[in-house]
Design a protein around this ligand. Structure first.
Ligand code: ZN
Length: 187
């Protein structure tokens, strides 16, 4: 139930905050990747020439390396780059130390926030552009539960600027109307 998820995100007693963030960023990256995998056949450069959320939001990719300036890209290209970028970060031992005796680096929190901020964009894209396909394969409950968990987690630790979450406000209202089966999500 929503109450359980709300509790599940809290820092467990005796757990180090960075350890908890680290464990969860990996978990949410994998979940987001799996969810996108459900619709990736329908998310093509033709169907989604921009990384958008409805008509109101468009995201441009920059990684400071190949894409030095924010660059408009088709959604599947953007999401592929995003996943590779996040995967490389969590596998980078200098940012996510695998040895518990090695302290987390100074930029750890900022890196975690950036990963969550970008993962949110995948949810935004899927909700705005692929929700019908998600419903068709009856994965909407799964998507909504994962997103709800994500939403509680990022808000518990203030990982995403409320401004970045604006695209979902309108959507939350819409989905509340759509999800009238009393599942209790989105409240
Ligand atoms: Zn798409």
């Amino acid at each position: 139930s929503p109450g359980d998820l709300r509790m599940a995100v809290k820092l467990p007693d005796g757990c180090d905050l960075n350890e908890w963030l680290s464990e969860n960023v990996v978990k949410f990256l994998n979940k987001t990747k799996d969810l996108y995998g459900l619709v990736c056949d329908c998310c093509t450069t033709e169907s989604c020439p921009n990384m958008s959320g409805g008509t109101g939001y468009e995201y441009h990719w920059a990684d400071g390396e190949k894409y030095k300036k924010p660059t408009p890209l088709p959604a599947p290209v953007y999401i592929g780059l995003l996943m590779d970028w996040a995967e490389a970060l969590i596998n980078d031992d200098s940012i996510f130390p695998s040895d518990v005796d090695v302290p987390f680096p100074k930029q750890f929190a900022a890196t975690v926030k950036q990963i969550f901020k970008r993962l949110l964009r995948v949810f935004v894209h899927v909700y705005y552009h692929h929700y019908d396909e998600v419903k068709q394969i009856e994965a909407d409950w799964h998507l909504n539960t994962c997103f709800e968990h994500f939403h509680y987690f990022v808000n518990e630790f203030e990982l995403i600027d409320p401004k970045e979450q604006e695209p979902l406000k309108d959507l939350t209202k819409q989905l509340t109307l759509v999800e009238t089966l009393g599942k209790g999500l989105w409240v």
